[in-house]
Design a protein around this ligand. Structure first.
Ligand code: G3P
Length: 225
């Protein structure tokens, strides 16, 4: 996956599930093509099969979570290998709204996702947690998201710019995405300037009146990839 990139997490926002998931993915596809920037979407587990089938070749599709599970006797689990087989590119893991109960389970899920060939973007709430996850499990990327800023009006870029540079310093160059409250091109510009190679965001796009306009503004400040 080319970096820097922006992943929009659709969560289960009514404006981003079902038929709306299709419309919003279509918008991401168009903006990515029009601007030649790297966008990806993390869609609800309920929609992912359909979206991956329709758009898997056009734009990277991410799951919002996977389990440490294999094909076969794994009732109710989200199986990385199955996702990969239907055209899914990667997965978020350990999102603040869907955290693993312990590091052992998280590590097993990362291993399972990597074995299936999914790109792993593991969320953490602070630099220390991000460092531990990177050291122990070596995922592809770590997304640092202060929970108190998620879904809020003030972005991590505005409220905690030093957290971004500190994360890059401690976790590793080329490894860190940031997110929480990001809504504007200026938020993205600051994050990239501080060393992040990607952005994870949700409400700024999913609840926007004009998501295409917001996306174009978000990517505008990123120099050509
Ligand atoms: O996964 C993205 C996220 O938790 C940030 O959400 O709404 O603050 O962009 P939001």
């Amino acid at each position: 996956m080319k970096i820097p990139f922006i992943i929009t997490n659709f969560k289960n926002y009514p404006s981003a599930i079902g038929k709306n998931a299709e419309l919003l993915t279509e918008i991401h596809k168009s903006v990515a093509q029009k601007t030649n920037k790297n966008l990806a979407v993390a869609v609800s587990q309920m929609d992912i099969a359909y979206i991956a089938k329709k758009y898997g070749n056009d734009i990277p599709i991410f799951a919002q979570h996977v389990d440490n599970a294999e094909m076969g006797a794994s009732t109710g689990k989200i199986v990385p290998e199955y996702l990969k087989s239907i055209g899914v590119t990667g997965t978020l893991l350990n999102h603040s709204e869907h955290r693993f109960h312990n590091f052992n389970d998280l590590g097993l899920a990362i291993k399972s996702a990597k074995k299936a060939g999914l790109i792993t973007v593991v969320c953490c709430e602070n630099v220390e947690e991000g460092c531990s996850i990177m050291t122990l499990f070596n995922p592809d990327f770590i997304a640092v998201e202060p929970p108190e800023l998620i879904g809020g009006k003030i972005s991590v870029s505005t409220a905690r710019p030093s957290l971004i540079s500190e994360s890059v310093l401690q976790i590793g160059k080329g490894k860190v995405l940031v997110g929480a409250g990001i809504k504007t091109g200026e938020d993205v510009r600051i994050a990239i300037e501080k060393g992040a190679i990607g952005i994870l965001l949700a409400s700024g796009v999913t609840t926007a009146e004009n998501p295409a306009e917001v996306l174009e503004n978000l990517v505008r400040s990123i120099s050509p990839f």
